[in-house]
Ligand binder design. Structure first.
Ligand SMILES: [Zn+2]
Ligand SMILES: [Zn+2]
Length: 413
């Protein structure tokens, strides 16, 4: 399910329709690029069709929109599930428990000072929804079958407000105009919300290189922008555009795309793995350890783009196991850099799952995961070349491969 959101260009005011996961607004009218920022979740409104005589008195009820991929490691192996759901976030009776397919058919507006009305508070915790993943769309994962580890990777949260109106006797869905519940059943509930809070507004950050002032490059859904003038890469975080370490493995003449991986250097406490040599040994990888593998800190190579869970784990495993074949160089902008759509903090959530996926003998690794602590010592972004082999894109150094159409699908996750 994909939402469309109508934002306004902060420069010229033109309306621009974006996908829910888009963070870079490139205005087709004035050409200015801006990054969208939010304190906490982005907040959107379903457009009201009806409004009572006292327009502006609409009451907005929050729904939590959650997209994520859950991974569960147990004695049965690794299970995964894509979560894409919208849940009522308030105990008021008579309201639809989910928004169903409505979000697909509509264009959303970001919440703004002129919205008016009042807002019921969100009373459901997103973390609790994930934790109770068992209840999400009927998925039980491996729970109950000695689950060793669970991770939610690539989360997108937002709040969607459904506008409610009322007449003399009923609370009304202001999108459809349908009555929801008689007001007399709501006597023990407060129908007073809080007014608009300026903190809920979308903020904009001009996409200009802080170092040289050049316009940064990137597609709508990318989280890392590059500057082809000074070859720097910038990641958007709470403080602005942060410069980051990035590398590129040189490709050959048959390279068609460069896919990014987060290289997360980390020690795991159980099973005790701090060097690449430890990793090969504990995971029972059928490789003769190289001479310096015991001195080389262990890094986990996590795809920095969203793909289906099976492909995600396969890529992470292939590159992590064969990392010793790679010699990346300092980052410089080359044609074919595929957008980074998975944030580094999400990639960290994938380290233990990747370790689990690399274990040739799961019994030696998986049962240790509940007590495993992770100590991250370094991180960088590395672009690896992939050559087009028709149906598949293949990474020549590590043998990692990904079907080309899977990349396109992943951008909707
Ligand atoms: Zn504009
Ligand atoms: Zn620059």
């Amino acid at each position: 399910m994909e939402l469309r959101v109508e934002q306004r260009c902060p420069q010229c005011g033109a309306p621009v329709v974006l996908a829910e996961t888009d963070r870079l607004l490139t205005c087709p009218y004035c050409g200015i690029k801006n990054f969208l920022r939010s304190r906490g979740a982005f907040r959107y409104l379903l457009p009201a069709k009806t409004a009572g005589p006292e327009r502006g008195e609409l009451l907005y009820v929050p729904y939590l929109r959650l997209k994520s991929t859950l991974y569960s490691v147990s004695e049965n192996g690794i299970a995964h599930r894509i979560i894409d759901t919208t849940r009522l976030g308030h105990p008021l009776p008579g309201l639809p428990p989910t928004l169903g397919v409505r979000p697909q058919a509509m264009k959303f507006a970001p919440i703004a000072p002129e919205t008016g009305g009042s807002f019921l508070r969100m009373s459901v915790k997103a973390g609790a929804l994930i934790e109770n993943g068992a209840g999400l769309d009927g998925w039980s994962g491996n729970r109950g079958r000695s689950e060793y580890h669970r991770a939610a990777i690539g989360d997108t949260f937002s709040l969607i407000y459904l506008p409610l109106d009322r007449d003399i006797s009923h609370l009304i869905d202001a999108v459809t105009g349908n009555p929801l519940i008689e007001l007399e059943h709501l006597q023990s509930f407060s129908l007073r919300g809080v007014p608009f809070n300026p903190r809920w507004q979308v903020g904009f950050l001009p996409a200009l290189c802080p170092r040289c002032g050049w316009s940064l490059d990137g597609e709508g859904d990318c989280l890392v922008l590059t500057c082809d003038n000074c070859d720097s890469a910038r990641e958007v975080d709470d403080h602005g555009l942060r410069r980051m370490e990035w590398l590129v493995q040189p490709g050959g003449p048959d390279t068609s795309v460069y896919l990014a991986f987060w290289k997360i250097t980390a020690a795991v406490s159980a099973p005790a793995i701090s060097s690449f040599g430890d990793f090969i040994e504990r995971c029972n990888q059928p490789l003769l350890p190289g001479p310096h593998w015991r001195d080389q800190a262990m890094s986990y190579w996590i795809p920095a783009f969203k793909v289906r869970p099976r492909t995600f784990l396969r890529l992470a495993r292939a590159v992590t196991v064969s990392q010793w074949r790679l010699r990346p160089e300092e980052g410089h902008v080359v044609p074919g850099l595929f957008p980074v759509t998975l944030a580094e903090k999400e990639a960290r959530q994938a380290v233990k799952v990747t370790l689990a996926a690399c274990a040739v003998s799961p019994d030696a690794v998986h049962p240790a995961l509940p007590g495993a602590r992770l100590k991250v010592t370094a991180r960088s972004l590395v672009f690896l070349p992939f050559a087009d082999h028709g149906y598949e894109l293949v990474q020549p150094h590590t043998g990692a491969s990904v079907p080309g159409n899977v990349l396109r699908f992943g951008r909707k996750l």
